[in-house]
Design a protein around this ligand. Structure first.
Ligand code: HPA
Length: 245
């Protein structure tokens, strides 16, 4: 079963044929909302809105552990995270879809491991490739079949939020080698890896990052909603085509 974690702009999946919703509790607390079960295209999916269905949970307060644990517990075996990001690299302009291949974590103070130090030996997960290579290929192939253009590979900078970055911070992120910036990529990717759940992200560039493009003097919030709305239609089409044998 495919798990989909929807971010800003994707609090619902319009093409999801819903069978039921389930409130799930985990040892780590409650997920961002009830899990929505259904079918999209030819496959069974479970959907959760990362920021809650009313978009009330900011990135630093998302219960990432509960979301991942709940999805794992109901039988999800691969997860696609849909996330909006700011574009740093020159070709990643608003509206672009990106499947990142690497990540740098700038977040702090989040519960970023299932290991509590009380139950079992310490495990150091391998995170050389933070996103599952096969799942990335499946997303890219589905996009190809749907005729949607998607950038293959980018380095995702996971920032703390909820505020956006300063222009100088974006300059630093760029010199660190990052291409896109978002607030939710970590610890989500690492937690999925701890659970050995293949995880990949399909990112939508919602805006130019601070100091770039039309964000030179400030982020153009008025454009955000329209950009996300249009791009999420393409995201849904891609997800619909993600059937595997
Ligand atoms: N910065 C961080 N997170 C984001 C941005 C951004 O510019 N746009 C969408 N999510």
């Amino acid at each position: 079963m495919l798990g989909i974690i929807g971010g800003s702009g994707l609090t619902q999946l319009a093409n999801l044929d819903v069978s039921h919703r389930e409130v799930v509790r985990t040892p780590y607390g409650e997920p961002s909302g009830p899990l929505t079960f259904g079918r999209i295209g030819c496959q069974k999916v479970v959907f959760v809105a990362r920021h809650g269905y009313g978009h009330t949970i900011p990135p630093h307060l998302v219960n990432y552990r509960a979301n991942l644990h709940a999805l794992h517990n109901v039988g999800v075996r691969r997860i696609v995270s849909v996330a909006s990001v700011g574009g740093i690299r020159g070709d990643l302009r608003p509206g672009a879809l990106v499947v990142p291949h690497q990540i740098i974590d700038y977040t702090w103070g989040r519960e970023m491991s299932f290991q509590s130090g009380t139950d079992g030996p310490v495990v150091h997960i391998d995170f050389t490739e933070p996103y599952d290579a096969a799942l990335r290929r499946q997303i890219l192939a589905a996009a190809g079949r749907a005729g949607e253009s998607v950038h293959d590979g980018a380095v995702y900078a996971a920032t703390q939020g909820p505020r956006l970055e300063s222009a100088a911070e974006i300059n630093r992120l760029e010199s660190d080698g990052t291409d896109i910036v978002g607030m939710t990529g970590m610890p989500e990717a690492a937690l999925a890896r701890e659970l050995e759940l293949p995880y990949a992200a399909l990112c939508v560039v919602a805006n130019w990052a601070a100091g770039r493009g039309d964000s030179v003097t400030g982020i153009q919030f008025e454009n955000l909603e329209a950009v996300l709305h249009e791009a999420m239609g393409r995201v849904r089409t891609i997800l619909e085509g993600m059937c595997t044998s």
